[in-house]
Design a protein around this ligand. Structure first.
Ligand code: 5AD
Ligand code: SF4
Length: 469
């Protein structure tokens, strides 16, 4: 497709007067907002830019290219991007005074949702690129460097993953012993509060061979733990090596065969897509970590219906029972929204009751934030901010109590820990429990990448302290 072009707004100096550094010495600063998929996408964009001569920098003032990988899920997330662009405008003007160029790009879900509006509101931006077109980044940048303003938000017909370059082995090693791997993107569920189906498009599953090859590369670079990502990851499906249709459960069994990969996880799931095979994978696959993020959003059937979640509270509780029967040490995590339009005190109480019934190990909870273009934003009975605030506080107090209770229940127990990185304090290393908690151990307890047995001695606010068992 054609790239859209908008008149350039020059800051400080005309584009042709600025010194454009030769490839190989260009620097890119990437800032990532939002979910793990954006973290993964930022890495893949950095890999694509490496082939274009860009090296990553942590110093935004030194960057020839600043890329914001944005999130649109709630209003606050989107607003952060505009305030960051205000700061970048000053940096760009300073660099222009010194005769240096600074291209500014907005990627991710705000880019997809707002497109050219971003450049209108923030003329400092040179390029806007949506999540489905990251493989075109080098071509887009070449145009931007010649002074065009670019908005590239069409859904690409080609498979971006096939066109995105793989990182070098040394780069994978540098990134550490845990990694994300996107297997599925987009969503067809259309929950009435959510922008994802509009910003990430309809559900697409990556092919088995591509996923297996990427997982093998990760394992070869020393990665021990892989988290499969998708907006609706448990809706992943594909034609397997045996020519049969596989679901996520089968895929997990296949990935568990890869030598070196010791731990598998996946996120985020929809309750409607937890099939028998996936539950069986939790029962039969020791590599699959006993932790499941399974958002329910509300405990009220009336609100679940208005949210178009397509299940009732009871269905969720029954599902949790089946999952716990398959793997009794599984820890559950969830997402909750308070103050969805029409939510009464009784509806909110039903959510509190569901939380009591499930007993979560961790959870995320949010005030409903109307998103332009979603059905929820058009609904009557929007809940006043003060009511949302008060409900969120009550819900979070309960969730925090459950989280602390879960941590405390591990004290004295011996568990596996994957050593991930040096600790913040000298003499310590940080590992990760099967249930995703950071585990602080003595640095001599093991090398990075080792999976060791530790005994939990006490809990921190969000972490566990342990000694070698
Ligand atoms: N307002 C508040 N929270 C939202 N989420 C998604 N959309 C909204 C919204 N409009 C939350 C849901 C989802 C998580 C990623 O973000 O809980 O599971
Ligand atoms: Fe959004 Fe998840 Fe619902 Fe899809 S299933 S619309 S990503 S909340």
């Amino acid at each position: 497709m054609e790239l859209n072009t908008i008149e350039r707004d020059d800051i400080g100096a005309a584009a042709e007067d600025l010194v454009v550094p030769p490839a190989a010495t260009r620097k890119v600063f990437v800032k990532t907002y939002g979910c793990q998929m954006n973290v993964y996408d930022s890495q893949r964009m950095t890999d694509a830019l490496a082939t274009d001569g860009y090296v990553a920098t942590d110093a935004v003032g030194e960057a020839d290219l600043v890329l914001l990988n944005t999130c649109h899920i709630r209003e606050k997330a989107a607003e952060k991007v505009y305030s960051e662009l205000g700061r970048i405008r000053e940096l760009k003007a300073e660099r222009a005074k010194a005769g240096r160029e600074m291209l500014v790009g907005v990627a991710g879900c705000v880019a997809q949702a707002e497109g050219a509006e971003i450049i209108r509101r923030s003329p400092v931006v040179d390029l806007v690129i949506g999540p489905q077109t990251y493989h075109r980044l080098p071509a887009v940048l070449a145009k931007a460097r010649s002074g065009e303003k670019i908005v590239e938000t069409d859904y690409a017909v080609e498979d971006k993953f096939e066109h995105l370059p793989q990182p070098k082995r040394a780069e994978l090693i540098r990134r550490g012993v845990t990694a994300f791997l996107t297997v599925q993107e987009g969503c067809d569920k259309f929950c009435t509060f959510c922008v994802v189906p509009y910003t990430r498009g309809s559900e697409v599953s990556r092919p088995v061979a591509q996923i297996v090859a990427e997982a093998e590369r990760l394992a070869d670079a020393g990665v021990r733990e892989v988290t499969l990502l998708g907006q609706n990851v448990n809706a992943w499906h594909g034609r397997g090596e045996d020519c049969e249709e596989w679901g996520l459960g089968r895929l997990l069994f296949r990935l568990a065969e890869i030598p070196g990969l010791a731990r598998l996880r996946y996120t985020t799931s929809h309750p409607r897509d937890m099939d028998d095979e996936l539950i069986a994978a939790h029962r039969d696959l020791p590599t699959l970590m006993p932790y499941l993020h399974l958002p329910v959003q509300s405990g009220s059937d009336r609100i679940l219906k208005a949210m178009n979640r397509r299940h009732m509270a009871k269905d969720y509780l029954t599902l949790i029972d089946r999952i716990r029967a398959a793997r009794n040490d599984i820890a559950l995590s969830g997402d909750f929204i308070v103050g969805f339009p029409g939510e009464t005190e009784a509806d909110f109480e039903a959510t509190m009751q569901l939380v009591e019934d499930v007993n979560y190990a961790s959870a995320f909870s949010f005030k409903y934030s109307p998103r332009p273009g979603t059905p929820g934003a058009e609904m009557n009975d929007q809940v006043p901010e003060a009511v949302k605030d008060e409900r969120l506080q009550r819900l979070q107090a309960l969730l925090l109590k459950q989280q602390q209770h879960f941590g405390a229940s591990l004290v004295g127990r011996t568990i596996d820990t994957l050593i991930e990185k040096p600790g913040r304090q000298a003499g310590q290393k940080v590992g990760r429990s099967p249930w995703l908690q950071p585990v602080i151990v003595d640095e001599k307890a093991g090398e990075i990448g080792d999976i060791i047995q530790v005994r939990i001695t006490k809990t921190g606010y969000n972490s566990l302290f342990a000694e070698l068992a």
